[in-house]
Design a protein around this ligand. Structure first.
Ligand SMILES: Cc1ncc(CN)c(N)n1
Length: 230
């Protein structure tokens, strides 16, 4: 039998330790009123349309961020499979951009000119850019990457639960990030991040924790922006 220490948490990864420590913020990002309004069927469709247009802009900025992670994994990772996991995510983004275009057409949302990023979106994209630089650390960037994907996974999975009253026309959106397949992919990213964090220096750990908190804050602001339309 496995020997447990005083807390019984000795085998817990760094990420779960941080999620317990910052529970309120994590719950704020994953159970935001915007998401709750989808799952209880009270969503205002104009909020959904704002989210759709703004998220298309975000995902376009997310692609070069993921590309920069592939470069970092290739140069710095101690495990070859990291690059393959991230590459799988990149391939899914190709599909995702097409899906946004199709969905925008369905809802009458204009994705081309004059669609501009709102301030919270601009600030989030600027944060992504800061993680794309060659100086940005792989462990910090992969932790942020996991958090960005995990917030959507947990949020949209909530809208697919047995108790949810998600409008049928929004089910496909929820399925995109709330599916079992996406949950599995997030698990692989978490595994990579935890492995790196286990070997990280104190400075890297500090920066990775700050990056995780920054992602959660940006996600809350992104939902707020979608809800209020600005
Ligand atoms: C704002 C935001 N955060 C996360 C995801 C999931 N890739 C997204 N599409 N948009």
């Amino acid at each position: 039998m496995e020997k447990k220490g005083k807390t019984g948490m000795e085998n817990e990864g760094v990420i779960d330790t941080w999620l317990r420590k910052h529970r309120l913020l994590y719950v704020g990002a994953t159970k935001h009123p915007f998401i709750l309004s989808i799952s209880d069927g009270t969503i205002d469709i104009s909020s959904f349309k704002t989210w759709l247009g703004q998220d298309y802009i975000f995902v376009r900025a997310f692609v070069p961020f993921v590309a920069s992670l592939i470069v970092k994994a290739w140069k710095e990772s101690d495990d070859r499979s990291d690059m393959e996991v991230i590459l799988g995510g990149m391939a899914a983004l190709n599909d995702e951009l097409e899906w946004f275009k199709k969905e925008a057409f369905k809802w009458g949302v204009q994705l081309s000119h004059p669609l501009l990023p709102h301030k919270p979106n601009q600030e989030y994209c600027r944060f992504l850019e800061s993680l794309m630089s060659v100086e940005a650390n792989y462990t910090v960037a992969i932790t942020a990457f996991w958090a960005i994907e995990a917030v959507y996974q947990e949020s949209f999975a909530l809208c697919l639960g047995d108790e949810s009253r998600t409008p049928p026309e929004l089910k496909e959106t929820c399925q995109r990030w709330g599916s079992e397949a996406f949950a599995k992919y997030c698990c692989s990213l978490k595994h990579i991040a935890n492995r790196r964090l286990k070997q990280a220096s104190d400075d890297e750990l500090k920066k990775a924790e700050v990056a995780l908190l920054t992602v959660l804050e940006h996600e809350v602001e992104f939902w707020n922006m979608s809800r209020s339309g600005s």
